[in-house]
Design a protein. Structure first.
Lengths: 158, 106, 106
């Protein structure tokens, strides 16, 4: 059975450093750094000003500071964040307000590097005819004859 | 719409919604919405109203109304927008700038 | 009634103020202020001055107490510091070192 989390109630203000190995529910205010091996839940009416290190950080209220999280940062619709967020998984719900860096680390392997818009070399075996078919499985469609243009204008057809 | 087999190098401007499923290297400037399809790869700066990303963007994005990054999508670049959504499974690396204030602390 | 509970593996260095009761099971170094009671439980180690309605100690406390109504040092409790409170109860087995001032003119 999970241990009951540490609770900082709505009228509580903590000024200083908080550290520990258990989950933390913040319904009040913390002004200082938090270093936790566990999950932090910041209530919609609550506020943390300070840097946070933890495994999970669910932000529903105001967070001003940098967060370095080993698992997930979740910003709900009511959240307001000023600072940098670093975690392998970050979810931002519509309505959240953020101003700062959002860093999930380098892009996963099968992404930008294998999909540069510049490359045109097809990787399939020589085909009888070059047709502009649907892209093959590795996602590298063949470059049709004249696709490079200096300026392409998309205008309404009237 | 820019189909999956199409590559564009340069600037794309327009007054209508645009769906990109191919590649764009350069800049996209629209007075309306941009949809970046799953197979799309953009190495471009983007300036549009609502931007919906299912594919991959490397570049700065200015979405005047909203930005939505889906699961499996990638956005590497700086973003300015009033509304953002980053789905579980989306990949983002960059700065997000939204205009808002938080109360001063005592 | 909800209490602030500081869990046993939590360490706080700084000041805690609250309108509600504070239950300390972990470690607090600094200052504790409550409009209600402060409980220093068995597992707690408090190195702080405490200002509260009432204080109950079952753990270890080093610091001064200013209580509005009462202070209770339980059998397992250990305290070093000065106490200012109109009422005090020190259980048999408790350890106390400090001064007691019950002459509170409020």
């Amino acid at each position: 059975m999970a241990k009951a989390p540490t609770v900082v109630t709505a009228s509580t203000v903590i000024r200083g450093r908080v550290s520990g190995d258990e989950d933390l529910d913040v319904l009040g205010r913390i002004h200082g750094s938090i270093e936790l091996k566990g999950s932090i839940t910041l209530d919609a009416a609550a506020r943390i000003d300070g840097d946070v290190t933890a495994d999970h950080f669910a932000i529903h209220g105001i967070f001003v500071g940098d967060a370095q999280i080993t698992d997930t940062i979740h910003l709900s619709a009511a959240s307001r964040v000023i600072g940098d967020l670093r975690a392998p998984r970050i979810i931002i719900e519509e309505g959240a307000q953020i101003r700062g860096r959002v860093d999930m680390g380098d892009a996963p392997a099968e992404s930008i590097s294998t999909r540069s818009p510049k490359t045109a070399a097809p990787r399939r075996a020589p085909a009888p005819a070059v047709t502009n078919d649907a892209p093959d499985e590795d996602g590298e469609p063949e470059l049709p004859a004249a696709a490079s243009a200096k300026n392409v204008s998309v205008k309404k057809r009237s | 719409m820019i189909g999956p087999g199409t590559r564009i190098r340069g600037t794309v401007t327009g007054d209508e919604d645009l769906v990109v499923e191919g590649g764009v290297e350069g800049a996209i400037r629209l007075s309306k919405d941009l949809s970046v399809g799953k197979s799309a790869t953009l190495e471009a700066s983007v300036d549009a109203q609502n931007v919906h990303v299912d594919g991959h963007i490397q570049g700065d994005v200015n979405a005047h109304q909203s930005l939505n990054v889906s699961k499996g999508a990638t956005l590497i670049g700086n973003v300015t927008t009033p509304r953002v959504r980053l789905a579980d499974g989306a990949h983002f690396q960059g700065h997000i700038h939204m205009e808002f204030d938080v109360p001063a602390i005592d | 009634m909800s209490n602030t509970v500081i869990g046993s593996s939590i360490t706080i260095e700084g000041e805690i103020t609250s309108d509600e009761a504070i239950v300390v099971q972990g470690s607090v170094k600094g200052k504790l202020s409550s409009q209600q009671a402060v409980f220093v439980e068995n597992s707690a180690a408090v190195e702080a001055d405490v200002d509260a309605e009432a204080v109950e100690i079952s753990g270890v406390m080093t610091g001064n107490i200013d209580a509005k109504s009462r202070v209770e040092l339980k059998a397992e409790g250990k305290m070093i510091g000065d106490v200012k409170s109109p009422r005090i109860l020190i259980a048999d087995g408790a350890l106390f070192k400090g001064s007691i001032d019950m002459d509170v003119e409020r």
